[in-house]
Ligand binder design. Structure first.
Ligand SMILES: *Cc1c(COP(=O)(O)O)cnc(C)c1O
Length: 424
């Protein structure tokens, strides 16, 4: 069991909402920092540990700055993500560039800022060589295919579009060495939102064993392995969170059984966990603005799927609570919905909840990763802003709401006027 909590009382929230009307995302800086420190401490049993937070999960430079303070780097997959990470003070090898179907200009930008380029495919070796040359330090992404079981979200590795096959990996490192690479990383990402401790340990073991094999067969010494992202969080209250200390200890045992006897110690351990870093410490704060009673009972919110698309896109569960009614009995069955003209715009379907009145706050939990970042503007919906609850309990706005001007920024209405006149 994990308790779903929200850091503000109903009174404090009402006060906050007079300054910043709902909906908004709220992140808890103190909890994010504490969580980051716990991760760093757990993995300090490795000689060279580095966490590269995947920027796509929460691309806000204030959050990235907090994570940079805590010693984290970033994992980027576009030029804007590189810029965000650099603005937050992350530089050079603190940046992984794990992209796929990568355009030439992205390779150039990643190389220029000294990010560790993580190649997704064997053909990208010659492509990168042609575009800007192979850097001294380079990493490759391994797709184990049928050698590793997949998980629900990312699917079976052999059906995933990412990475090199095993044979390609051996050929690839040999070619990279020929082209002048001298330092090598080895990456994989085989899971998403995975809640089994052992699964993550076995991923690390797979990479450790591969690093040993690359040494024996090719004489290539891998400097770090990177287990990618994919650590799950318990979206449902009855689920158990991962045990970070158990995972770290399990990985250390695997390291001692593989890397150490092969004489490859010290070897770095990197990861790109994101969901588990910020997910539980962010909330989408909304209000009920309508109630509707037809074949089912509906509660309509002032936010919608454009703010948080996971429930609509994956049917994902997000826990919902009503401030001030935490202990009220769950006497009602609601569909909690947004305003998009799409019937999958439902935050919850047939959910048991306390009686909700129009005007009640409705908190959507675990929205701190892959939340606002996945938002969109379909139906002309303007995404809401982001607030940061500071450790001194003040609140800082770290992103304003979108405005109509933002939505129209890519249009030129003067050109429309000319177009209309010319077509008269
Ligand atoms: C999305 C992604 C991550 C982060 O995944 P989480 O499930 O949030 O931990 C890390 N690395 C890569 C390459 C990704 O695409």
């Amino acid at each position: 069991m994990n308790r779903k909590s929200f850091p503000l009382s109903r009174e404090r929230l009402s006060e906050l909402a007079t300054r910043y009307p709902t909906p908004f995302f709220l992140y808890d800086e103190g909890a994010i920092r504490a969580n980051a420190r716990r991760l760093t401490k757990a993995f300090s049993i490795f000689p060279g540990f580095k966490e590269h937070f995947a920027v796509k999960a929460l691309p806000n430079p204030f959050i990235l700055k907090i994570l940079a303070d805590e010693g984290f780097g970033a994992d980027c997959a576009s030029i804007p993500e590189l810029v965000l990470a650099e603005k937050a003070g992350m530089q050079g090898e603190a940046l992984m560039y794990t992209s796929n179907q990568t355009p030439a200009q992205e390779f150039i930008a990643a190389k220029e800022c000294g990010a560790v380029i993580n190649l997704d495919d064997i053909t990208h070796i010659e492509y990168l060589q042609g575009v800007c040359g192979i850097p001294e330090l380079i990493s490759c992404r391994y797709n184990p295919g049928p050698l590793k079981e997949g998980n629900v979200i990312i699917g079976k590795p052999e059906e995933a579009k990412y990475g090199f096959t095993r044979d390609q990996l051996f050929a690839g490192y040999a070619r990279l060495r020929e082209l002048g690479a001298r330092r090598f990383g080895l990456h994989t990402m085989v899971a998403s939102n995975e809640l089994c401790n052992d699964y993550h340990v076995e991923t690390a073991r797979m990479l450790f064993e591969l690093a040993v094999e690359l040494k024996t067969k090719l004489g290539i010494r891998i400097e770090f392995v990177n287990i990618g992202g994919g650590a799950g969080i318990p979206y449902r209250p009855e689920q158990e969170p991962l045990d970070i200390e158990t995972i770290a200890a399990g990985m250390r045992t695997a390291y001692d059984q593989t890397i150490v006897p092969a004489g490859l110690d010290p070897l770095g351990l990197r990861m790109e966990w994101a969901r588990i870093i910020t997910g539980p410490y962010g909330w989408l704060v909304s209000r009920a603005i309508h109630k509707k009673s037809i074949y089912r009972e509906y509660v309509g919110l002032d936010s919608c799927m454009a703010d948080l698309m996971r429930p609509g896109m994956y049917g994902a569960y997000h826990h919902i609570t009503v401030p001030g009614k935490e202990t009220a009995p769950h006497t009602e069955t609601y569909d909690v919905v947004g305003s998009l003209c799409e019937n999958n715009d439902k935050f919850a379907v047939q959910r048991q909840l306390p009686h909700i009145e129009v005007g009640d706050f409705v908190i959507i939990h675990d929205a701190g990763a892959h939340g606002r970042a996945m938002g969109f503007n379909y139906n002309g919906k303007l995404r809401c802003g982001e607030l940061l609850l500071r450790p001194d309990s003040s609140v800082l706005r770290i992103r304003r709401n979108e405005t109509m001007e933002d939505y129209f920024a890519t249009l030129d209405f003067n050109s429309l006027t000319a177009f209309s006149a010319a077509s008269q």
